[in-house]
Design a protein. Structure first.
Length: 537
């Protein structure tokens, strides 16, 4: 008999983890991700300070920001980070909730694995539970319409709690609701139409909503007016220059007269350009490209306010706010293509100079100008406001909200347990674990607020015998009807969170073989990065 040769089907540098080890390793990594943001959940959640390789500091309470900054390597952990990103893109809030849920689903699945329940059975149970959850969520959701301003403000406040905006939350929520309602066009809400600018200097209370656009450009020449009332604005996507700087032109001049003639010719063209702008009736010019010195001179002479190299996105916002058209050929400029604003003004704030375009009529694009003491504060306030905007927008898009403060999770868990009893088989166990994963949200809310988590959950469950909206108000420590308390969240936060958390948990559970090509040892699968699975109890 010939000696048996080992057969290699994979390149030598591929790291492979098979079966249970792969499963445990992935679950462990995913749980570590969830654990790392657990303490930030809810109004009393703590902040994290992240320092990147360049020494830049971020202080935040925002799940997705933390995870993005952490530069995670492990493949399963990366899948968890993806949950947060999807949640952020789709809803704009609820990232911590979604990731924690996925972590807890995996942790509970591990218990079932320990009891020799096959991953296929677990994933089937989880799928049933996720589907049933969506059904129950719809039953629990409450209608909302754009006229319910107070409720919309409560949604904005719920979104912002815990993000350091406590002292100004009334003001911020007012701004958020006004802004979203203003840019909404028949239920279509594109948050890109709300521009957020930050200004370092004065306090948060100075934060303002501007019915128009603020951008960080100054007028091109000091000889131009500081402000223009009843501004008629030309929006130009063309250079007020003779030759574009990208093109190299060579001219040979043989006499002084020729040079003089050439300069005069240039001046004439630029003067004509300004003349066309004036003819159209414009007293403000926002130009996406450059403005030549000579053109600046003539513009100033006409008392026209002008900015150059305005970014494309600002130009588009200006068009929506002032209802002007962006023109790329000066010959096409007529008075009806001009935008309008009550006031265009150069304003110096702190170290920066801005152009304010305010008093636009029914603007479809707006600016929120955040004022704050330091960059770190400004950044965190921007995240808070974005969460508020995201929540109000998604509440209005779908027209449905749910009770926060753990209310919806506890009720879901209760109804999922009832549902599981109607099923036979071992999937039932998985559905029960799914239910208790949901309860981890109120448990953590309580824990982060220094309340006893077990007592709180017991109290909540008892309250849900006859109050489906009962939640734990972290500020009072009382179990109360969250809707009445004004702790309200858009339905979409929860449906999206449950969806992506369960999908990723199921995906990770189905993996029993990890092949990592060994480009570098930092592939994340190596035991240096991960504690050995055996260490885990
Ligand atoms: P996420 O990233 O998931 O949005 P947050 O830190 O914003 O995490 O916390 C959201 C959770 O805090 C939600 O479950 C919400 O219902 C809850 N919450 C908000 N305000 C209160 C409050 N006053 N009392 C209790 N829970 C609250
Ligand atoms: Mg939030």
């Amino acid at each position: 008999m010939a000696e048996k040769q080992p057969i290699f089907i994979l390149p030598e540098n591929v790291q492979r983890i098979i079966g249970k080890d792969a499963q445990r390793n992935n679950i462990m990594a995913a749980r570590l991700v969830a654990d790392s943001i657990k303490t930030t959940l809810g109004p009393k959640g703590m902040d994290k300070m992240l320092v990147d390789s360049l020494g830049d500091i971020t202080v935040t309470n925002d799940g997705v920001t933390i995870l993005e900054e952490m530069e995670i390597e492990h493949p399963a952990a990366k899948m968890m980070v993806e949950i947060a990103k999807t949640q952020e893109d789709e809803v704009g809030d609820g990232t911590t909730t979604a990731v924690m849920l996925a972590g807890k689903l995996l942790e509970n699945a591990e218990k079932l694995l320990d009891n020799k329940i096959h991953p296929t059975v677990i994933t089937k149970g989880y799928r049933l539970a996720a589907e049933k959850s969506q059904e129950i969520l719809k039953e629990l959701a409450v209608d909302i319409n754009p006229e319910q301003e107070e409720v919309l403000k409560q949604i904005a406040m719920t979104a912002m709690t815990g993000k350091g905006a406590e002292t100004v939350k009334e003001k911020f929520s007012d701004i958020i609701v006004k802004a979203v309602k203003q840019i909404a066009e028949n239920n279509k809400i594109d948050l890109d139409n709300i521009k957020i600018e930050k200004n370092k200097g004065s306090g948060l209370a100075e934060t303002e909503l501007i019915e128009g656009i603020v951008f960080d450009k100054e007028k091109v020449s000091v000889d131009m007016p500081d402000k223009v009332e009843n501004a008629k604005i030309a929006l130009l996507d063309l250079a007020l220059e003779i030759k574009s700087p990208e093109v190299d032109t060579k001219i040979s001049i043989s006499s002084p007269e020729q040079l003089q003639g050439f300069i005069e010719q240039e001046e004439k063209i630029l003067k004509e350009m300004v003349e066309k702008i004036k003819q159209a009736g414009a007293n403000v010019v926002f130009c996406q490209k450059g403005i030549d010195d000579v053109a600046q001179y003539y513009l100033s002479k006409e008392g026209i306010y002008a900015c150059r190299r305005v970014s494309k996105s600002d130009m588009e916002k200006l068009a929506r706010a002032t209802q002007g058209k962006i023109i790329s050929n000066l010959n096409e400029l007529t008075s009806d293509q001009l935008g309008f604003a009550k006031m265009v003004e150069e304003v110096k704030k702190g170290e920066d100079t801005y152009t304010y375009v305010r008093g636009c009529e029914n603007p479809k694009s707006l600016t929120i100008l955040i004022h704050g003491g330091t960059e770190h504060v400004l950044d965190e306030m921007e995240r808070a406001i974005k969460d508020g905007l995201g929540d109000v927008a998604s509440a209005l898009r779908e027209g449905k909200v749910v009770a926060g403060a753990g209310a919806v999770e506890v009720e879901l868990a209760r109804r999922l347990r009832e549902y599981s009893k109607t099923l036979g088989g071992r999937e039932q166990l998985a559905i029960e674990e799914f239910a208790s994963a949901l309860e981890f949200i109120p448990i953590t809310l309580a824990e982060n607020a220094g309340l006893d988590p077990i007592d709180t959950l017991t109290e909540l469950k008892a309250a849900h015998e006859n109050e489906k909206y009962a939640g734990i108000n972290i500020f009072t420590g009382k179990v109360e009807n969250s809707l009445k308390e004004g702790i309200i969240e858009p339905l979409r936060i929860k449906s999206q969170a449950i969806n992506s958390a369960s999908e990723v948990a199921m995906m990770i559970l189905r993996i029993d073989d990890v092949l990592a090509s060994g480009k570098s040892s930092s592939g994340g699968m190596s035991s240096q990065n991960m504690p050995p699975t055996a260490d885990y109890d």
